[in-house]
Design a protein around this ligand. Structure first.
Ligand SMILES: Cc1ncc(C[n+]2csc(CCOP(=O)(O)OP(=O)(O)O)c2C)c(N)n1
Ligand code: SF4
Length: 490
């Protein structure tokens, strides 16, 4: 490893930072004197030195480093606050030949995400974590963090951290050292060239361990945040040297890298897909009967469907039924619900994606093929996501249509009325809507004859799978499906 300070930009950084909004494409967004920029440079150089750029997955935290993906030209996931070790675990396991780096602040790692950080450390996940201890919540304006020193003034401890009420600083590296699994633990600081050179060695070691799949590596970095701490460059260095380092001593706390054998990439997937399917869906496979390969042209591409209304209307189970119909026909499916905090009556929506290929993300925010909207709010909120030539099915007793593209298919139906009148309960509205959908797909010629006939069979199989033990419910849903078909055909 070169121990000289490297000038110039590492090839692991974008040049310029095109993703950065606004005219400034050359500079990072960090405040002058911030430690994040220095640590970014060390991490980028280590990724480059160890040749793992193409397979690096960077967990980008909530905090001042939230825009790290502007800068690093590697795979990146912007994770919710504190969730980097959990998401990183998922990535490391699902994509075992990736190299997962988690980069986290002290609010992110030692407060909101502390449990899952420690659990990931305890499991010995094969990830490397860089922990920026700058003794405060930087991004939100300098509130007290778990690492704030006794007596230290912050936005939320204006008279200084009082250990009687606010507790003592959390020594994260030492806590990790109580666990058996971690391979490498070191604490470094960024106050001088010599210290930065030591930090560089630690960062390179953690990345080397990652490359060799040694196991969990952790580097805590005492970093300057001069802006929130209202200090000059000299003052912040003094603060770290004379106040932080006595509380958080520097040095290597554990290094078992040499004792641990290099890991290998585990085979992916680590389980047999067919046997998992059998355990999870045995009745489904029985009910599905013979494997059916739907051949209509629409199935050659990803189908994106969104349903939205209010809680209690069966919107989420409508999505589940559609997803199950596709699953029973061997499509890959995703179902992603979203609902307000209210149990009933609040907004509810879900997104269903059906594809012959892998589904990269279950979210839909555009290019939707079909939107089912049962309230005005739902329509207003999601209509912009529907393709201009997409299909809109809406409740014509609750929704007034705005001006919409001529190429869009608009089908208004009183599905609740049909369910109540013809099946005896509004709760069958979702099966009514699937019946309506089957007619719309027929009328638009999107399903060939075989697939048209199969649509109802797939529906029946999905309903049987769900209500197999309640024959009455199976029958009522079938009735609702038929009522939906008739209601629209009338
Ligand atoms: C779930 C959630 N809670 C709270 C916030 C607000 N928030 C944004 S950044 C932050 C603290 C970040 O501090 P730290 O992890 O120390 O990183 P730094 O900004 O100092 O680099 C908080 C509390 C949020 N974005 N999401
Ligand atoms: S607030 Fe602090 S941690 Fe955030 S960018 Fe500025 S100096 Fe860095």
């Amino acid at each position: 490893m070169s121990e000289k300070i490297k000038f110039g930009r590492s090839p692991v950084f974008f040049d310029p930072f095109e993703r950065r909004p606004g005219p400034i494409k050359k500079n990072m967004h960090y405040c002058p004197g911030c430690g994040h920029g220095i640590l970014h440079k060390l991490v980028a150089e280590a990724i480059d030195y160890h040749g793992i750029q193409g397979k690096t997955m960077f967990m980008v935290p909530v905090g001042c480093a939230v825009f790290a993906y502007y800068y690093f030209n590697v795979g990146a996931i912007s994770v919710p606050h504190g969730r980097a070790p959990a998401v990183g675990t998922g990535v490391a396991r699902a994509v075992p030949d990736s190299y997962v780096i988690s980069y986290q602040g002290d609010g992110d790692l030692a407060a909101i995400g502390f449990n899952e950080f420690l659990q990931a450390a305890n499991r010995g996940e094969k990830i490397s974590i860089f922990f920026v201890n700058n003794s405060n919540y930087g991004m939100t304006g300098g509130q007290m963090a778990p690492t704030t020193l006794p007596g230290q003034k912050t936005a939320t401890t204006p008279f200084g951290r009082n250990v009687l009420t606010d507790g003592f600083p959390v020594h994260v590296a030492e806590m990790v050292n109580t666990l058996t699994a971690p391979v490498y633990i070191e604490r470094v600081a960024l106050t001088s060239t010599a210290r930065i050179m030591n930090a560089k060695k630690a960062v390179f070691k953690a990345i080397e361990n990652l490359k060799n799949r040694k196991g969990f590596s952790f580097v805590e970095v005492l970093a300057p945040c001069p802006v929130n701490l209202k200090m000059t460059a000299d003052q912040i260095n003094d603060f770290i040297e004379n106040q932080m380092i006595p509380e958080f001593p520097l040095g290597c706390i554990r290094d078992r890298s040499a004792e641990v054998e290099n890991g290998t990439v585990p085979p992916a997937p680590a389980h047999d897909v067919e046997s998992v399917k059998k355990v999870l869906f045995p009745p489904a496979l029985e009910n599905a009967g013979a494997v059916k390969e739907n051949t209509s042209e629409i199935f050659n591409r990803e189908l994106r469907v969104k349903m939205a209304g209010f809680g209690g209307q069966g919107i989420l189970s409508l999505g589940i039924t559609l997803a199950n119909m596709a699953r029973l026909r061997n499509f890959n499916v995703s179902w992603m619900p979203s609902y307000g905090p209210e149990q009933r009556g609040g907004a509810a929506s879900c997104a269903v994606i059906v594809s012959r290929n892998r589904i990269p993300s279950p979210m839909i925010s555009r290019d939707c093929d079909l939107l089912i909207a049962t309230t005005q709010t739902a329509l207003d909120k999601y209509i912009g996501e529907l393709k201009d030539d997409g299909i809109l099915i809406y409740d014509n007793t609750a929704v007034t249509l705005p001006e919409l593209p001529a190429a869009m298919t608009k089908v208004g139906v009183d599905a609740v009325g049909i369910a109540t009148r013809d099946v005896g309960s509004p709760k069958f509205v979702n099966s009514v809507l699937i019946g309506v959908l089957s007619v719309v797909l027929e009328q638009k010629g999107l399903l060939n004859a075989a697939d048209q006939a199969d649509f109802e069979q797939a529906f029946t199989a999905a309903v049987r799978e769900k209500f197999g033990k309640k024959p009455g419910a199976v029958e009522s849903n079938a009735q609702a499906f038929a009522a939906g078909r008739q209601g629209l055909s009338k």
